[in-house]
Ligand binder design. Structure first.
Ligand SMILES: [Zn+2]
Length: 291
């Protein structure tokens, strides 16, 4: 990361939509900061929602999608209320809710998240939440998500580590059962990006995000191979890739999460799709609204 630190700020030629931002209620943010500090992770940016929104606006990010997570049963309702209240204060933000497979009355929880709180969908982090993506307890929720056209953001890939809850096999079973789901797989599905990307050819509403999967600065932190995803792959799947940053949970400057697209010399129209158009379509934003 040292070589990139002093480079001039990036001025993208397109308005960006950032699909992967973390905001948490104060009490949860403190707990997460402690956890990351113990894991020797240097968090360079505050979790304060207004500071995050200001930073993103200053970097030319027109819209961003944010989420938190319930790492245990019984806390999703409170977190969802906070997410909805925070989104209401930040007009450029789209909030995804959370729930835990161990929660009771899961479908009622999802209904409340979507209809009463107006959340755009759900984020599940299978490694942190420790359940399987194709856990049958979640089927009524997926039915509702599919029927109402809500969104799913899934951390179901093996970056930065593999465990029993991640991997393409379980995800494939989910999509075979609910093929119309509108899903974004975080981190490009790394380290199985080829298998996840291949699934976009079978499932019409399946996307991946770039978060920490392409930035050379991220590689040492997540164990990725810098340049492991080729330009040819990005070009081939250019209609299904969404920019995401993991801000503010990155131990380097925001620009490092997107500079790869300029350093690699992707065609401007490919950058436009990855940084804006694909996300506007995924989020269902009108052209004028999203751009
Ligand atoms: Zn993340």
């Amino acid at each position: 990361m040292a070589s990139a630190e002093r480079r001039p700020p990036l001025v993208p030629e397109v308005p960006c939509i950032d699909m992967h931002v973390h905001l948490h209620p104060e009490w949860l943010a403190r707990a997460i900061e402690r956890w990351f500090a113990e894991a020797q992770w240097v968090n360079a940016h505050p979790f304060d929602p207004d500071a995050v929104a200001d930073t993103l606006a200053g970097r030319g990010v027109r819209r961003f999608c944010f989420f938190s997570y319930a790492h245990r049963a019984g806390m999703a309702r409170e977190v969802n209320r906070w997410l909805a209240a925070t989104a209401a204060r930040l007009p450029q933000a789209v909030a995804l809710g959370t729930l835990h497979a161990g929660d009771g009355a899961l479908d009622a929880l999802a209904r409340e998240a979507f209809e009463d709180l107006g959340l755009a969908g759900l984020k599940l982090h299978l490694s942190v939440q420790r359940f399987h993506v194709d856990d049958p307890r979640l089927f009524p929720v997926y039915e509702r998500v599919e029927a109402t056209g809500r969104l799913l953001m899934l951390h179901v890939g093996t970056l930065p580590y593999r465990d029993a809850y991640t991997g393409v096999a379980g995800f494939r079973r989910l999509m075979d059962r609910f093929p119309r789901l509108r899903v974004c797989v975080a981190h490009m599905g790394c380290f199985e990006h080829e298998a996840f990307l291949a699934l976009t050819e079978r499932f019409e509403h399946l996307y991946v995000d770039t978060t920490m999967a392409l930035a050379p600065s991220a590689a040492p932190y997540v164990g990725a191979e810098p340049g492991g995803i080729t330009d040819a792959t990005l070009e081939r799947y250019q209609d299904r890739i969404l920019f995401g940053s993991d801000f503010p949970l990155i131990p380097y400057d925001y620009d490092e999460e997107r500079r790869w697209a300029w350093d690699r010399g992707l065609l401007p129209e490919v950058r436009r799709k990855i940084f804006h158009d694909n996300a506007a379509r995924f989020l269902g934003l009108a052209a004028a609204d999203g751009g």
